[in-house]
Design a protein around this ligand. Structure first.
Ligand SMILES: NC(=O)c1ccc[n+]([C@@H]2O[C@H](COP(=O)([O-])OP(=O)(O)OC[C@H]3O[C@@H](n4cnc5c(N)ncnc54)[C@H](O)[C@@H]3O)[C@@H](O)[C@H]2O)c1
Ligand SMILES: [Zn+2]
Length: 353
């Protein structure tokens, strides 16, 4: 299969290119090498490479020639610096997706695998001992300032137990990035209906592993901790460190993309299928910092009590559907993955220029 991988010079995209090549497919990469993602120019992938923006219709049209499927990874990621980033997020992620889908419609390419995200779920799923499954409101700034980090039941104020989020959970994007990731899915579903195409969104959990960018406002928490440890500093853990996440290894995410691309013809046409993509093994952010610090032989983490308003407390996926329907199995365990990550190269950042 000839597969256009947008964002194929990025962290996850480059692992997908490797997985596709190993499986005997023919990846073509289109990437704008965004300065926020690549403060220093990266090595371009050793496959057909187009230095272009997904918002550029002629460039995307040219890249689609002879392509059987698209694996759409290009996006601006993370929380960004502040709200001033919003137009650029919406431009890259949503206008970019719309341009890509229009070009696919035009070129007759009918298979799409999209990099989705768990951020579309917002605060995840919680159970109240009295009210059952509830959706907590956004946490109040005054609670956070007082160190009250756990969301409470909106009906009775009781402490809630976090649960596993299924694909049918209501969506609730809480920041600009999350909003753009949800809009990408809506656009993909509209495209699938309009052209009778088949679209899959893999809603990744927190992806980590070799090639993860160093600390930038756009990077994930594992990379911030890893960068601190590389400087000989203790990882600084926000809140009380009890935030639950699912850290999934980048090679497992690449394998999920491969599985989805190979299975796409068997999935319902004219629709978007969504799959949570997590290891199935939740950990706390504090626990992850400790595992990484020990694997690096660095100082123990410091719990700072700081917080960010856009952050959610707990979100952990139920990724059993991807296992059941597409036969995907994550292969890299948490301890093994963190030990490797502690020693792995990260992608260069502006701080090193
Ligand atoms: N890293 C995670 O934990 C995570 C979690 C959930 C979802 N995702 C999604 O996975 C995908 C890949 O993320 P990543 O972590 O590899 O990020 P990344 O920043 O390493 O890679 C994204 C790549 O997309 C390119 N890009 C961005 N905007 C572009 C545009 N307008 N035109 C062409 N190329 C553009 C960038 O240059 C970069 O190479 C994204 O869609 C992201 O939303 C990532
Ligand atoms: Zn209650």
């Amino acid at each position: 299969m000839r597969v256009l991988v947008t964002g194929g010079a990025g962290f996850i995209g480059s692992h997908i290119v490797t997985a596709l090549t190993k499986a005997g497919h023919e990846p073509v990469v289109l990437d704008a090498l965004l300065p926020s993602a690549h403060p220093v120019t990266p090595e371009v992938p050793a496959v057909e490479f187009r230095h272009a923006d997904v918002r550029d219709p002629p460039a995307v049209g040219a890249a689609l020639r002879g392509v059987d499927a698209v694996c759409h990874q290009a996006a601006m990621v993370g929380l960004g610096k502040d709200f001033a980033d919003a137009p650029e997020y919406v431009g890259c992620n949503d206008l970019g997706t719309a341009v890509l889908l229009a070009a696919m419609a035009d070129a007759g390419v009918r298979r799409l695998v999209l990099a989705g995200s768990m951020v579309v779920y917002g605060e995840g799923r919680y159970d109240c001992p009295v009210h059952g499954v509830v959706r907590p409101c956004a946490r109040r700034p005054e609670d956070l300032a007082a160190g009250l980090f756990e969301p409470r039941c909106p009906a009775c104020g009781a402490a809630l137990a976090p649960g596993l989020v299924g694909e049918d959970a209501p969506v609730d994007p809480r920041n600009v990035y999350a909003t753009t990731k949800l809009a990408q899915e809506h656009l993909a579903a509209a495209w699938a209906r309009a052209v009778n195409g088949t679209a899959v969104s893999l809603r990744y959990h927190n992806v980590y592993g070799p090639g993860m960018p160093r600390d930038t406002p756009y990077a994930g928490v594992a990379s911030l901790f890893r960068s601190a440890l590389a400087r000989g500093e203790a990882p600084r853990v926000f809140e009380d460190g009890g935030q639950r996440r699912d850290f999934v290894h980048v090679r497992d995410v690449a394998a999920a993309n491969l599985v989805a691309l190979e299975a796409v013809d068997g999935l319902p046409a004219g629709a978007l299928s969504t799959y949570n993509t997590g290891s199935g093994e939740p950990h706390t952010v504090g626990g992850m910092a400790l595992a990484l610090a020990r694997a690096c032989g660095g100082p123990e983490p410091v719990v700072t009590g700081e917080y960010r308003l856009g952050d959610v407390r707990h979100v952990t996926a139920d990724s059993s559907l991807l296992r059941k329907e597409l036969g995907w199995r994550p292969a890299v365990g948490f301890a093994e993955g963190m030990t490797e990550f502690a020693r792995a190269e990260q992608r260069a950042s502006a701080a090193l220029v």
